[in-house]
Design a protein around this ligand. Structure first.
Ligand SMILES: [Zn+2]
Ligand SMILES: [Zn+2]
Length: 303
């Protein structure tokens, strides 16, 4: 689905200090990436694999092979989900707190392990989502269909391009993030392999990690699909996102999406009476002096 909306930010070239590295990142590591003829077959394989994973394929494999560790799945699901929402959403997209450049890169890698590419891509798409919320120009609005907003947008070549005009300027100046973007899709191989290695090897942790990727992608996708589904909305505001208590738990707080759209920079997404695991991690990091200038609810401001 093309984004021919006339917004100059969709077509602006890279304007940071590393144009050669940026050009290399745009070409990608895989040969002929972007070439229409060769891209088609590879994309079909990727599309079927993504559908298989999102629709619960790893759990089917786990069932057939009797290779599943529930406790490891629970820990991995929240490790990946908190990583993405802490790093890519609250820090890189909304600057809900500040930290050192070294820890910022640690956060970037943590978010990357969840399979969402680098902060360059994530923050760029997410800025556009907030700006064009629930219009045809929203990169993952249910207006384009539930399945599209849930995960198919991840396979849309137009959306998957790096739209430099939407990427925050400071992020374009960090070569470490450009290099991380280069290895974007490799997280899907790295995370299950790393989990298996750290658990002493074997298929059970490898397959369980894929199960965690499945549930992680589904709860993250549901924030874009269910929380913006027109039939569930009642608000009169231009962006009618809803809060979900179930998603709020399984996303570590980001399922409280109406509150987030009302106050995007606030470090706490859940109401004060509800659990917000990501905010708890931010507060713990603040106490340790690793992050600072946290946008606590009392000091929140919109962006
Ligand atoms: Zn939203
Ligand atoms: Zn946001």
């Amino acid at each position: 689905m093309a984004m021919a909306d006339g917004d100059a930010r969709n077509t602006l070239p890279y304007d940071g200090p590393y144009p050669r590295l940026a050009a290399f990142v745009e070409r990608g590591l895989l040969p002929n990436r972007g070439a229409q003829d060769s891209k088609k077959d590879a994309n079909e394989i990727v599309k079927w694999w993504v559908r298989f994973v999102v629709w619960g394929g790893p759990f089917l494999i786990a069932l057939l092979t009797q290779s599943f560790s529930p406790w490891l799945w629970f820990k991995m699901h929240f490790f990946l989900t908190i990583g993405v929402n802490l790093a890519l959403h609250r820090f890189y997209s909304h600057q809900s707190f500040k930290t050192s450049r070294v820890f910022a890169f640690v956060l970037a890698v943590w978010g990357w392990l969840g399979g969402h590419r680098s902060p360059l891509f994530w923050a760029g798409v997410h800025k556009k989502h907030h700006y064009y919320c629930e219009t045809p120009l929203d990169p993952h609005s249910p207006i384009k269909g539930f399945e599209y907003s849930h995960y198919l947008w991840l396979l849309d070549p137009e959306v998957m391009k790096l739209h430099w005009g939407w990427v925050p300027r400071t992020l374009k100046q960090r070569p470490e993030l450009l290099i991380l973007e280069l290895f974007g899709a490799f997280a899907y191989f790295t995370t299950p392999s790393l989990v298996s290695y750290l658990c002493g090897g074997g298929w059970t942790p490898f397959i369980t990690a894929w199960c965690a990727i499945c549930t992680h992608l589904n709860v993250e996708g549901a924030v874009n699909s269910l929380c913006h589904l027109p039939c569930l909305q009642s608000s009169e505001k231009p962006c009618k996102a809803i809060d979900s208590y179930i998603l709020g738990f399984f996303t570590g707080g980001d399922g409280f999406h109406a509150k987030h759209h009302d106050s995007a920079r606030c470090a706490r997404h859940a109401p004060a009476t509800c659990l917000d695991m990501v905010y708890m991690v931010i507060c713990a990091l603040e106490k340790l002096g690793i992050v600072w200038d946290v946008a606590h609810p009392s000091a929140e401001s919109k962006n």
